[in-house]
Write a protein that binds this ligand. Structure first.
Ligand code: HEM
Length: 387
């Protein structure tokens, strides 16, 4: 998936900082790695003034390394002073993701809940020490709010982002609602579990009505569980990811989340050619079909069935497979956009409400069990909620 391409890119810039010894030192802090340097440091100090240079060398080296580690966090590449987005929004993917979907009780104090949500980065830093994080345990997180909740906290948005229930000939898209949604990515799943625990523990007492935490994983190097490569056409470089995902004047992002449960009987029994026609790409290597149906997923999403169709709208998709073999499994769909217009265009075209009456054939192999839209405020907007 392109989100993985993004993360690979991020890691490539940082990796040279992790020569073997350095890496051990960075990830263990005052533990074993730091101890292995201690005799060197003590020896250098007792050897007099000349040796002080050696000590300084070690310390400078360590400072440089910490700086390199800090650069793991996504750095904005758009115009100087442009409002920043939250870390989850346009950064690349990791091996695992957490989706924590919370519905509050009508009696919940929304301002108090918003204060907890606005401290998200502090909870992330509690789970992984920011000075010691490396590519294995770095967590990139963000929080979004449902329209009613955000209004009640005094937040404002440029565009309405209410998700209407959609009925389709190949299945419905329910509007499940929700108040607060956390998205976090990490290469270590247990860190995401710790984060979810911490967030739930810190919710004001008696405020949560229902919540669901879903943990997803990279499957077969970036394939959806239907076997198709997911993310081929995702915006790949940082600049285009920001342009597509971030509303430039606020740093905010409009987000769709949908839980899709796959029908493995269909996936396992249909001919490969049939499922390829449904998607509009080949299964083995994601080659676009030169001739495809207007009902294929690619044709629905781009706006037409021409080969290499000019895209009407784009989205930064960060969806990942989830589930169990004995229960339900499928795709947790999450997409970030600068405007809800992009989202509406795509979901309408999936359910036959895009003007031409056609539905999306991908809905023949999967069923949407819940879904809604969120607004992920820009970093500064989120900070305001903590007051
Ligand atoms: C279980 C549900 C879904 C599955 C299995 C799925 C799978 C895929 C696959 C295999 C591709 C082709 C490769 C690629 O470019 O990534 C694709 C493309 C795409 N999908 Fe989905 N998708 C699902 C739902 C959705 C939804 C709900 C949306 C939007 C709301 C969406 C938006 C897109 C977009 C924008 C593209 C790129 C089209 C292009 O530019 O060629 N997908 N999807």
């Amino acid at each position: 998936m392109a989100t993985m391409r993004g993360s690979a890119r991020l890691f490539r810039t940082v990796r040279p900082a992790f020569s073997q010894g350095q890496r051990r030192l960075a990830s263990t802090g005052s533990g074993a790695g730091a101890k292995s340097w201690r005799p060197l440091v003590l020896g250098a100090m007792t050897a007099g003034v000349g040796a002080f240079g050696a000590y300084k060398y070690v310390w400078d080296d360590r400072k440089d390394m910490i700086k390199d580690l800090q650069s793991l966090a996504p750095q904005p590449v758009h115009a100087a002073n442009a409002p920043e987005a939250q870390p989850s929004v346009w950064s690349g993917g990791k091996n695992n993701a957490l989706y924590l979907w919370i519905h509050l009780k009508p009696t919940a104090n929304t301002k108090e809940v918003a204060k907890v949500a606005a401290k998200l980065q502090k909870f992330v830093d509690q789970v992984v020490d920011p000075k010691m994080k490396d590519e294995d345990d770095e967590v990139l997180a963000g929080v979004g709010f449902g329209p009613n909740f955000y209004k009640q906290t005094g937040g404002s948005v440029k565009q309405d982002y209410t998700f209407a229930h959609r009925k389709g000939s190949l299945g419905d898209m329910p509007s499940s609602g929700g108040d607060v949604f956390f998205h976090a990515k990490c290469n270590t799943q247990s860190k995401l579990f710790e984060l979810a625990q911490l967030l739930m523990k810190n919710m004001p007492a008696g405020s949560v009505d229902q919540a669901e935490d879903i943990y997803s994983f990279v499957f077969k190097n970036g394939r959806d569980m239907s076997g198709f490569i997911d993310g081929t056409e995702n915006p790949a470089d940082d600049e285009s990811r920001q342009a597509v995902a971030v509303e430039p004047s606020t740093g905010g992002s409009y987000v769709i989340t949908q839980k899709w449960i796959h029908d493995f009987k269909v996936i396992d029994s249909e001919k490969e050619k049939t499922t390829e026609a449904w998607v509009g790409r080949t299964r083995a290597d994601s080659m676009e079909l030169s001739r495809k149906s207007i009902t294929s997923h690619v044709a629905r999403m781009t706006g037409g069935n021409a080969y290499n169709q000019k895209k009407k709208f784009e989205m930064v998709r960060q969806s990942m497979p989830f589930g169990t073999v004995t229960g339900e499994a499928g795709l947790f769909f999450i997409g970030y956009c600068a405007s809800p217009d992009n989202l509406n265009f795509m979901v309408d075209r999936m359910v036959g409400a895009g003007g031409d009456g056609h539905s999306d054939d991908i809905m023949r192999l999967t069923r949407n069990s819940k879904g809604t839209y969120w607004y992920f405020p820009g970093a500064a907007e989120l900070q305001k909620l903590s007051n």
